[in-house]
Design a protein around this ligand. Structure first.
Ligand code: CAA
Length: 295
């Protein structure tokens, strides 16, 4: 099956990055948000990201303009009736996702493939609520989506091999590298990443080293672009706690049990860069301040 028209539900941080990547690769891209103000915010994010792409010399101004021209916003899922592929990127709450797919199932043709960008929820739980469990898969992008080259293609027990092949080809057309994996908690990346990030928090709790020294050790000793605390602040402490809770519920493995400090920082509202404070402090532009305030 050939995909030409893509729909993205949710125009937040991940949805806007995914939609931008699709439009840059030449796909007609329709995005849906519940309110026009969220659509405007999403397009502001796309515009600033496209400007970075142009500044970095990875696209010309004309190419960026053409990509932007391939994107449209709507507040109605009914407009998704001509889409070949729909990627859902709404809040990580199973009820909200099921509701979106229920509405889409009634609107889209039987050939339309549905994907969720969930990082931790079970794909088959969403697929089973639709009339197309064979044409339903996970398509997991990484933050920032316009930059990160990997997309996990998640095959649920109901997903057909033909759907996986179509999505594999689609991801390749996006200029990304697909990694096919089973519908298990955390897929590939979060299954490996979460125990590592939680281990860094436990090392901090146990007084092994400071936030800065742990981050520097990982950046300089392993050549990671970010240390664990920079990465947790970047993706959000609340998101990391949510994913850890889901992995722990499934595996009951102490390596994915959320540390007390993470829970308490989320309760205190220290959610990371987006909140101005996580393991580090941030200015109003989201830039890290030099000092390390964590106690
Ligand atoms: N849009 C477009 N371009 C962007 C961008 C954006 N939002 N963010 C960064 N870039 C580009 C910059 O323009 C720059 O391009 P050039 O190198 O071509 O000039 C390049 O990316 C590097 O950016 P910066 O120089 O501003 O900053 P940096 O070198 O510190 O890189 C980073 C920033 C790409 C975020 C890098 O620190 C990084 O790769 N960090 C790790 C990110 C990561 O691990 N993400 C996965 C998180 S886990 C996840 O997402 C899964 C989940 O389920 C939670």
């Amino acid at each position: 099956m050939e995909i030409t028209k893509v729909g993205v539900v949710g125009f937040g941080l991940m949805g806007s990055g995914i939609a931008q990547v699709c439009a840059q690769a030449g796909f007609d891209t329709l995005v849906r948000e519940v309110d026009q103000s969220f659509i405007d915010k999403g397009f502001a994010r796309v515009d600033s990201s496209l400007a970075r792409v142009v500044k970095a010399g990875r696209a010309t101004e004309d190419q960026a303009k053409a990509a932007r021209g391939r994107m449209r916003g709507t507040t109605s899922l009914a407009d998704f009736n001509d889409r070949d592929l729909v990627i859902e990127a709404v809040i990580e709450v199973i009820g909200a996702k099921k509701q979106v797919f229920g509405e889409l199932d009634a609107v889209c043709g039987p050939e339309t493939i549905f994907c969720s960008n969930t990082s931790s929820l079970t794909i088959v739980e969403m697929a089973a609520t639709t009339k197309r469990p064979d044409r339903f898969a996970g398509l997991h992008f990484f933050n920032p989506a316009p930059v990160m080259p990997l997309v996990e293609v998640v095959q649920a027990i109901t997903t057909s091999d033909a759907t996986v092949a179509t999505l594999h080809a689609f991801v390749t057309k996006l200029g990304k590298t697909p990694a096919v994996c089973k519908d298990t908690p955390g897929f590939i990346v979060n299954r490996l990443l979460v125990p590592y990030l939680l281990g860094a928090i436990r090392a901090l709790e146990q007084g092994v080293a400071t936030v800065e020294d742990i981050d520097n050790a990982v950046k300089l000793g392993l050549r990671h672009p970010m240390g664990p605390f920079e990465l947790i602040d970047y993706t959000g402490l609340d998101i990391n706690l949510h994913v850890a809770n889901i992995l722990f519920e499934e595996f009951r493995d102490p390596s994915v049990a959320p540390p007390a400090l993470l829970k308490r920082m989320v309760l205190a509202g220290r959610l990371g860069a987006k909140a101005g404070r996580g393991f580090y402090e941030y200015d109003e532009k989201g830039q890290k301040k030099p000092s390390t305030p964590t106690k």
